[in-house]
Design a binder for this molecule. Sequence first.
Ligand code: AMP
Ligand code: MG
Length: 405
Amino acid sequence: MSDFPTRIDYAQALEIITRVGAARRPSSQRLAIQRVDGRVLAQAVTAEFPLPPFDNSRMDGFAVRSADLSADAPTTLTLVGEQFAGLDVGLVLQPGQCARITTGAPLPAGADAVVMKENAARDGDLVTVPAGIRAGHDIRRAGEDVQAGTQVLDAGQVLTPARISLAAALGQADLAISPKPTVAVFSTGDELAEPGMPLQPGQIYDSNRDLLMGLLRQLGLEPVAWPRLPDDPQRVETALRDAAGAFDVVITAGGVSAGEKDLLPGLLQAHGEVHFWKVRMKPGMPVLFGALDQALMLGLPGNPVSVLATFLALGRPLLDALQGRAEPRPRFTARLASDWNKPHERLEFLRGRLRSSEDGVLLVEPNPAEASHQLRGAADSDALIVLDAGERAYAAGTPVTVLPY
Ligand code: AMP
Ligand code: MG
């Protein structure tokens, strides 16, 4: 008996994932600015004062009063002091006077222009400056970068080094950020063996665990790999319920199809909640999304290429929604570098390699290894090519959406 959405469109699955993820978003925490790298900002940052905070020099040279200077002949001024970058020493320039100044130093009172060192001639206390220097020359005005009261960073933005630097320039010692979801990773299947151990007949090495761990770490998360699960209902139930009591998200690989040993959909129906099971996409159709105890559960089909595609198509948006990330992940439009024929009408996330043509057009070369067990094709590629539902024949040159990975 199923009273959950099944065999849904990808767009609908994405909508459910995003909505459920956003609703589960924990409240923000404040973190020292030294530790916010790559995190999602949870509260906007507004400038309490302008940047630059005060008028200052753009050059090393001499602060002058433009009214003293001639438009068509050099002028000689008297040097009365120096103002370096640092504390304002309170210099005041009277008519006919100038002061040494360095880049970033506050402008002495009375000064309204700077003459760079290289354009001035100093002889003891006398400095001769060229004609034609106007008010404002080589001065950086207060507020020219940011005016007081401006919102400079928005909630949902990812904290890049440049954004962190901007917050630091505004004196912020800590920022409100979204906590990182904790994630438990399981691979499942009686056939799986640990890389490094001898293979028994019928066994294959577990390649999904490290794929998922890598994909999650690339998002800046610190996933925990749990011991591999055999296809044993009792052990699967015990382990998943343990993890679901302790983690925000549980991601599994394998065991979600309709086979006899595919235990996860039944487990969620019996002990948790199913938000959807099966999405009309290739690879990865049997993907399962639900909740168990306090955790959200994402069950990815076991073929490694399905894990890659469903993680990027659904897992990453879930983790982004949980962190309130408002900035979309990069997706580009590229032209197919060769013809491609889809033997079906489903939405497909095909693997391909990006390059740009000599005249600056982004091209993507589809990888012919299109089956979901063909991990080599995924390893040789660097992007998913989104081939929409409905279409079958694609001519070289057709624009397609690509998701780099
Ligand atoms: P399942 O989704 O459990 O039916 O698995 C689908 C296919 O993926 C089967 O051929 C499995 O052997 C394979 N598979 C499942 N889990 C893994 C894994 N961790 N590493 C490599 N292949 C796997
Ligand atoms: Mg299996």
